[in-house]
Design a protein around this ligand. Sequence first.
Ligand SMILES: [Zn+2]
Ligand SMILES: [Zn+2]
Length: 331
Amino acid sequence: MTPHVQRGIAQEMAPDVFRLELPTPFNVGPVNVYLVKGEKLTLIDVGPLTEEAWQALTNGLSSIGMSIEQIEQIVLTHHHVDHCGLLERVRQISGAKTLAHPLAAPYIELDEEFMDFHDRFFTDLYKQSGVPQEKMYIIQRFHQLMKTFSETSRIDVHLKHEQTVPHLSQWQVMYTPGHSQSHLSLYRASDRVMIGGDHIIKRISSNAFIEPPRDRSSVRPLTLVQYRTALQMCADMDIEQVLSGHGEPVLDHRELILARLRKNWERTDTLRRLLGDGEKTAYELTALLFPTLYEKELPLTISETLGHIDLLTILHQVDVREQEGVLYYSV
Ligand SMILES: [Zn+2]
Ligand SMILES: [Zn+2]
């Protein structure tokens, strides 16, 4: 049994890996960041931009005799604000370099042009999905979230699948997209430890968030298909423990992955059954699949619905008809 980590106290996960739990203002609860003592002192993720998270980060480091000033590099598992909001503050104080997947860049830089493209992408997608006009304001919330809980920063080094992490020579990069297009995990073969970000979490099933493609000329990534593939990749690996971005380590990754894949497939079946009652838009399906959640958590729930529609589309098990720009699905 791993004792529950105390806030502000770093917990040793391996002789050179420490977990620091930082509070977040989000439903997901606290976020874990990891300090790895490699050739360079490396922080994996930094937490959201709040005073509470900052206090917990500095206290956690000092509990093992370390300080922000000593951090030499930062690796980001992905671009969500609960993981990267404090990036610029840590960089300013420490002079650390940032290593991340290239697709994290426009989010980390808060690139205005990309944000406009992001808005237009979701406006079109939500219209197509039958989202009522009065719910469209939700698209703006994303920017508010980004600007409140992170600040403009930058990535210095781009990381790719299967490369060794610079100055962390025991650790290999694994590209694990689905939850986010920029999602990376790190793996160390010698003790079979994976730092898994939000790819695999013990107590919550990660959402495969719909994201825009990298540019206008590309098509939307099929995030649930990606996510299932990246989960299967990890199921094939020999892993002793996954150190997740939230909660306790995962010690039985294969069982957990199989359970997640099975649950996921059950939802695809439910969606197919719902379509058996007559054609529906993605928004109508979302309301039926997540009756208590869809109004509050539209981006999350509609991502889930569209993901299952994508799966059924690949399997040629769904028909689609367009009327006045709205897509109607049937089986
Ligand atoms: Zn995330
Ligand atoms: Zn997270």
